[in-house]
Ligand binder design. Sequence first.
Ligand code: CU
Length: 342
Amino acid sequence: MAPNRLVRRLAALAAAVGLVILVPATAQGDPTATARTTRTAQAAQGTQSDPGAPGTASERQGAAVERTTTVRYGAYTIPASAGEEHGEISNRIALNVEKPCTNCFITSVKPNLVYEDGSNANVNTGPMLHHMVLFKGSATDVTCSRPGQRIFASGNERVESVFPDGYGIKVGSGERWTMLYDLMNHADTEKTVHIELTFTHESALFSGRKALTPLWMDAGGCRGSEFEAPEGVSEKSWTWTSTVSGELIHMRGHLHHGGTAVKTENLTTGRLLCESVAEEGGTPEFIDLHGRTEISDMSSCTGTPLGAISRGDELRITSRYELTGHSHHGVMGIMVGWIARS
Ligand SMILES: [Cu+2]
């Protein structure tokens, strides 16, 4: 999280009266999902209203109030590893999963993998969030022009996406989300975990934010994200001709073990839009039970804008791996960007 954002968030949290609402899940595909909402009102009177009333006092006065909602998906029990074979829940799909809000703008998302008691579940104790992807069923994916727009994703690095003031992901009232998830376990006992997403969001009713469209750039292209990284230094690129125009506002990368950086350039304007640099094994949680390191952070880029994109521009993503002594199967090089379309 950017320091100024963190300070602002802490200030907002300190100002809040601590109103916590436990909402039972309504998701059909994931009946155990629960959402915990905290109102982090930007105006003090926002937290003093009757929780049953439609909107807070601030909202009734026409001001947007930011809330924090943590949605828990699962529980998922990942099988134990057997010898060299890790336990895995492989690419499972949950339909119509819980959303943090409807008719709203999501202003940040922080992914995590946790145990039942809320503590972090990471490779140092076995479990790995290999990947999770949220899809909006009713929308078309922009770069791969097929049904099911990829709106948010995370690997084990669990990087938070924070959108700048004035922008957000719009969630419509009738839209349905689908989640694809893949979880691994390196421990020799089974592990029960939840995928947890913490969102900040505000009602679309009084929000002046511009809706962002996700732009999924993938070194693997549209056939599949996985490829093989050979021993040594290697790069893999994919070029996409933009079908949209607008301003790129936020972007960040995803790589696997051995990945060092991934970047996206607008070849038509000659501009580097974002380079996302990997950190590996940055904290003990990201060092597994066999002493191997995993990606622990990826840098992100935020700008209003990072760069302009016009229909017909050639955008190129390039991922870089540096592997010593081995090649690596099934790696990825992905950047998810968000653009305010014009
Ligand atoms: Cu991946």
